[in-house]
Design a protein around this ligand. Structure first.
Ligand code: ZN
Length: 391
């Protein structure tokens, strides 16, 4: 028997359901209208409106309706993707850096080892003041990135000071960076990485290594990594690249990927990749888990420019658009626990969104050795929403 109370609650629920189709933009704070929404986190790719209420995504569906009460962004003819996540930048050097990246659609980013324990407070301060979601990797060299090589002198590794810095700033410092190429670490690559792991393992935080042109063989280095660690500059030229002399991925890399170690592109400007290696990797189906820019202010006018340009290089290389978006969003969100829940525009998630144009034309892109390729498509961020607020 249906009691009166039960009847009323069922009736109320029915009314609520009936109300849904009539939700208008007035009930949202911001509506991004008419774009092609690509959300690889749930394999969503269709023309739809994205409605935002407060700091979160409220709805994603076609024809949400217009109202003067809500702010709107017209995304007709554009792509609407989750806010971009750049896991390897040097945006902790100048206080305006995170804002410059934000204008390029990057709503979450990592400064990857610009500073070690000697100067980490400066980078932490920039991260805390950043308008976007910024985290920091502390360089295992207390001196950070230095021209004479961070790790040339193993005495630059101060385990106690590094651990103390991380413990002081657990909310901001999310891992350790170790740059291991010969001109940075000399023969100290393996010993420095072991010291970094001594700190990282008990704290359960990842290490990001910069691979390529190391003194030690890559398998010796990968053997020290644990699941969740990240290898950046994965298309670095030899010696000690990811491909053997037979052109096949070396078994240690196959094994590392199986163990849950992430491989990141890491564009950068010097000695990190060539078109030949990237093209070979595409043929071998060796795709990055994530892209990253290795961005710094010098990169704004040279090779890298911005995250959209880095993504465009992979369109040129033949990666499908949804895969390109995944590497810059949903995949990147899985690397650091601090980014959990980002990289998606699922209703209920934080409203970080990049509106991008997929421009058609003739565009030249460069590798780290002045090699050029001409592509027909370029991704350009035209609007950014961070935590529900239009930037
Ligand atoms: Zn870097």
């Amino acid at each position: 028997m249906v009691t009166r109370r039960r009847f009323l609650s069922v009736a109320a629920a029915g009314a609520a359901v009936l109300k849904l189709p009539r939700l208008s933009a007035a009930e949202f704070d911001l509506v991004i209208k008419g774009g092609r929404v690509i959300d690889p986190s749930r394999k969503f790719d269709q023309t739809a409106d994205v409605a935002i209420k407060g700091t979160n995504i409220a709805a994603v569906r076609p024809n949400i309706g217009a109202s003067p009460a809500a702010e709107t962004i017209d995304a007709t003819g554009k792509l609407v993707v989750p806010g971009l996540i750049d896991i390897h930048t040097h945006a902790g050097r100048e206080k305006e850096d995170p804002g410059l990246c934000l204008a390029d659609g990057v709503t979450a980013l990592v400064d990857a080892g610009s500073a070690g324990s000697d100067a980490i407070e400066d980078v932490v301060a920039i991260a805390k003041a950043a308008p976007s979601r910024m985290r920091v990797l502390i360089n295992i060299s207390k001196k950070g990135v230095i021209p004479e090589g961070d790790l040339m002198n193993l005495a630059n590794v101060d385990v106690a000071a590094t651990r103390a810095a991380i413990e002081r700033h657990r909310d901001v410092i999310v891992g350790i960076k170790a740059r291991l190429s010969k001109n940075v670490a000399g023969t100290n690559d393996v010993p420095a990485l072991k010291l970094a792991q001594q700190i990282a393992k008990p704290l359960n935080i990842p290490i990001m290594i910069h691979m390529g042109q190391t003194v030690s063989p890559l398998p010796d280095i990968l053997a020290i990594l644990k699941p969740g660690d990240i290898v950046t500059h994965m298309y670095a030229p030899p010696p000690n690249g990811i491909f053997g002399e037979n052109g096949k991925l070396i078994p240690a890399v196959v094994d590392a990927r199986k163990r849950g170690i992430w491989f990141d592109f890491g564009n950068g400007r010097v000695d990190h990749w060539t078109w030949a290696i990237a093209e070979h990797a595409m043929q071998e189906r060796v795709m990055p888990d994530t892209f990253s820019t290795d961005w710094g202010q010098a990169a704004r006018t040279d090779q890298v420019f911005n995250f959209g340009t880095v993504m465009s290089k992979f369109l040129l290389l033949g990666m499908p658009l949804d895969g390109v978006v995944a590497c810059a969003t949903s995949n990147a969100a899985r690397t650091f626990p601090a980014f959990k829940g980002l990289g998606t525009i699922r209703p209920g998630s934080p409203a970080d969104v990049a509106v991008m144009e997929l421009r058609q034309g003739s565009f030249e892109f460069e590798d780290n050795y002045k090699g050029k390729r001409t592509g027909t498509q370029k991704l350009v961020a035209t609007a950014t929403v961070l935590g529900g607020k239009r930037i």
